[in-house]
Design a protein around this ligand. Structure first.
Ligand code: HEC
Length: 265
């Protein structure tokens, strides 16, 4: 339940310039986008950030066919890719990338080594397409800034999951569309924006939330049809804010819905 309603606080080292800060933010979006990891992951809504939540770990991670004990994952399962499949079920704990244990396998200060490691993950582990440079490079920059020495990060409160986080993700990706340097990159931002809108849609599934769902669908279709993020979203935002407490973003509502689903099984 905690994993569905909170995120561990992000641990990010300060960026040395505004350009770098922008890349860290863009890389964070890429890290949290299921569009990076291929069709199978996209269908399941799985991103790097599903396992490494906010760049950290995920003690509650549980996914049929990939997890053993909660918080573990088998990243060579063959579910996502035939390339690295070892036909053995060998889940290991998901490392918190901000801790020392999360620096065992690859030296993230070595950007070239990190690039090889991350390309391997995306293309072999998950059968994602090679990402365009303008998407891939910021991802590396973000990974290089995840740092447990960032002030107070281990003692900070968990961050609540809310519509605003998914909305900010959709909006940020939507605005990138117009600035994309290639059609490939534009397509990546479009998918990222639409997947984030889809996450919001899934959480507003209650009575009286039809207008919100219709608004999200209109927006998603407009983006698919080539629009960049529109300016007039104030009434949709007001609707989501007003209904958040009765949506599945509210842990109590979500808990009740999950209980009901379990009982109906
Ligand atoms: C299904 C869960 C899952 C997903 C999705 C995932 N990882 Fe991981 N990640 C793991 C696990 C488990 C390990 C540890 C693997 C091991 O020990 O063999 C790991 C290891 C790593 C490491 C090495 C940490 C170290 O000790 O040096 C990095 C960096 C990393 N992942 C980044 C990413 C990035 C970037 C993505 C997206 C492209 C991603 N991960 C997607 C579960 C996941």
């Amino acid at each position: 339940m905690t994993a569905l309603s909170t995120f561990p606080p992000a641990c990010l080292a300060p960026a040395a310039s505004e350009t770098i800060a922008r890349d860290v933010r863009l890389g964070e979006m890429v890290f949290n986008s299921p569009a990076l990891l291929g069709r199978q992951a996209e269908k399941m809504g799985l991103s790097c950030g599903s396992c490494h939540r906010n760049g950290r770990g995920n003690r509650d991670f549980q996914f049929e066919a990939i997890s053993g004990a909660p918080g573990t994952a088998d990243v060579t399962s063959g579910l996502f890719s035939a390339d690295r499949a070892d036909n053995q079920f060998n889940p290991v704990p998901i490392p918190d990338l901000a801790t020392k244990d999360g620096r065992d396998q690859v030296d993230r200060t070595d950007r070239a080594a990190l690039a090889v490691f991350v390309r391997g993950l995306i293309e072999q582990e998950f059968s994602g397409a090679p990402p365009p440079d303008e998407v891939f490079e910021p991802l590396l920059t973000y990974l290089q800034h995840i740092d447990g020495r960032a002030e107070g990060c281990f003692s900070a409160e968990p961050v609540k999951v809310g519509w605003r986080r998914d909305w900010a993700e959709a909006q940020f990706a939507g605005r990138q569309i117009g600035m994309a340097g290639s059609e490939n990159a534009a397509a990546f931002y479009r998918r990222t924006a639409r997947l984030a809108l889809g996450r919001i849609y899934a959480r507003y599934n209650g009575v009286g939330q039809d207008d919100i769902r219709a608004g999200l669908i209109d927006l998603s279709r407009a983006i698919e049809a080539g629009a960049v993020w529109p300016d007039k979203t104030a009434s949709l935002e007001a609707g989501m804010a007003a209904a958040e407490s009765v949506s599945l973003y509210n842990p109590d509502t979500l808990g009740a819905a999950l209980d009901l689903a379990a009982r109906e099984k």
